[in-house]
Design a protein around this ligand. Structure first.
Ligand code: ATP
Ligand code: MG
Length: 239
C-alpha cells in the first residue's frame, strides 16, 4: 500500500478523511497531533513540552517532531502503508520525512491537499470545540494556528508539487461534479486501488461528503453522498 500524506489547514478534514481510509484498508495512521495529546494526557516530559506550544498555537521544534515521527513509523510493519496526518508541517520536516522513508527503501506515495475557506474552517473548529473540547479550539488560538499555517506550512504545498505527488482538492473551485471528477481522476492515476464504499463521518456533513466522494474514486467505485443536513442518500457513483 502506498503511503499517503494528508495536508491542509487546521479543520480541513485531515483526521476525518484518514479515519475513513484506515478503517477500510487497515493502513497505518500517524496523527502527530493525537500523539502529542496522548503524551500530554500521560503527563510525560514530551507532553509537558508539547503543551506550551499547542496552547499557544505554535509548532513544536522540527527535530523533536522528526524523532517522534520516525519512532511511530517504525512501529508499523514495513510496506503496510501509512497515512501521515499533521506531518510534515514545515519544509525541514518534509525533507526529513523523505529521507527517513528513503533510508527504509520507501517513498512518500501521494499527497492529498484539502483546501477549504477560512470562514468554513473557523466554523468547523468552533463546532468541534463544543463536541471534543480541545483546548486549542478557541477563537484566539485558532487564529494563531491559521497564521502559523500560512507562514510555515502552506509553502510546503509547492514543495510537494515539485516532488510530483500533490493532489489538491479545493471546495471553492472544484466543488462541482466536473471538478470533482477531474480531481478524482488525478487521484486514480496516482493510486489505483480496489472498490470502496464508505460510512459517513459525523461532524462536517456536506463538506466531508465531497472528500469521501473523492476518496471513493481514488480507490475506485461508488460511494455515498450526504445531504447538507446529514442524512444518507442512495449510493452515489462518482464515475
Ligand atoms: P486538525 O486536527 O483539525 O487538522 P490541527 O492541524 O491544527 O487541526 P493537530 O494536527 O491535531 O491539529 O495539531 C495540534 C497541534 O500539535 C499543532 O497546533 C502543533 O502545536 C502540534 N503539532 C502537531 N503536529 C505537528 C508537527 N508536525 N510539527 C509541529 N507541531 C505539531
Ligand atoms: Mg487532526
Amino acid at each position: 500500500m502506498k503511503n499517503i500524506i494528508i495536508f491542509g489547514a487546521p479543520g480541513s478534514g485531515k483526521g476525518t478523511y484518514s479515519d475513513e481510509i484506515v478503517a477500510k484498508y487497515n493502513m497505518g495512521h500517524i496523527s502527530t497531533g493525537d500523539v502529542l495529546r496522548e503524551q500530554i494526557k500521560a503527563g510525560t516530559e514530551l507532553g509537558k513540552t508539547a503543551q506550551g506550544y499547542i496552547d499557544n498555537g505554535q509548532l513544536l521544534p522540527d527535530e523533536l517532531m522528526i524523532d517522534i515521527l520516525a519512532d511511530a513509523y517504525d512501529k508499523f510493519p514495513a510496506g503496510k502503508g501509512v497515512i501521515f496526518d499533521g506531518f510534515p508541517r514545515t519544509i525541514p520536516q518534509a525533507e526529513a520525512l523523505k529521507k527517513m522513508l528513503a533510508e527504509r527503501g520507501h517513498d512518500m506515495g501521494m499527497m492529498i491537499e484539502l483546501v477549504v475557506e477560512e470562514e468554513v474552517l473557523m466554523a468547523r473548529l468552533l463546532n468541534r470545540a463544543k463536541v471534543q473540547g480541545r483546548a486549542d479550539d478557541n477563537e484566539e488560538t485558532i487564529k494563531k494556528r491559521f497564521a502559523v499555517y500560512h507562514s510555515q506550512t502552506a509553502p510546503l504545498s509547492e514543495w510537494f508539487a515539485k516532488e510530483g505527488i500533490r493532489n489538491t482538492f479545493s471546495w471553492a473551485e472544484l466543488g462541482s461534479k466536473e471538478g470533482l471528477v477531474a480531481f478524482c481522476k488525478g487521484l486514480q492515476a496516482a493510486a489505483p486501488v480496489d472498490s470502496f464504499a464508505t460510512p459517513i463521518p459525523g461532524d462536517m456533513p456536506g463538506y466531508d461528503s465531497q472528500v469521501i466522494m473523492a476518496a471513493g474514486a481514488f480507490v475506485q467505485g461508488s460511494t455515498m453522498e450526504l445531504s447538507a443536513d446529514g442524512p444518507i442518500r442512495p449510493p452515489y457513483a462518482v464515475y
